[in-house]
Write a protein that binds this ligand. Sequence first.
Ligand code: GRF
Length: 217
Amino acid sequence: MTLKVGVLISGRGSNLQALIDAAADPDFPAEIALVIANKDDAQGLKRAATADIPTKVIRHGDFDSDGAFEDAIHAALTEAGVGLVCLAGFMRLLNDSFVKKWKDRLINIHPSLLPALKGLHAHERALETGMRLSGCTVHFVRPSMDSGPIIMQAAVPVDPDDTADSLAARILEWEHRIYPLCVRLIAEKRVRVTNEKVHISGTRAPATGFLSPEPAE
Ligand code: GRF
């Protein structure tokens, strides 16, 4: 049976698009059952509509409290039969009670090698610190921001001549690769969390690392 995925977005939705594209393969073990945006003008809503995926806009401002807003999201996900929730550029922090209800069934993608550079403006901060490597992380969500058991990371070099945009673009390419891959591994039931560490059957760490920068000769 395919795993039903709910995707929460606030904006552009390029990671949503990567998930849509992956799920278009009949062999992909997950389907996107619902896309929820907290903003009417989230561009990702159009991407979902183009792919005939049901969408809902649930605006924080329409509710009296965070709890009521999150209850509405929870109800919509439950009604759609969702088994895994993917945060994909969802720009609101979710409270503990929501996060606990979806424990180990709620994942996020963040454009840094967590636990470094949590929060906003990760690319600008990577450049400010002079880091030579950055990347992206997919992790299970826990109550504090950008924390939780790490499922997969991809590292990319940081060039001192990068701008935040050029670094973001390099990292985004990898986001689009690892997010669908993580969803696939979860749907294949190969991912388990033990003592807040993730184990994925049938995967291994690469045999070696790489230098950044590397000597030209
Ligand atoms: C991505 O960089 C993601 O890592 C971060 O927000 C951005 C969303 O981009 N959480 P998009 O909406 O998926 O294009």
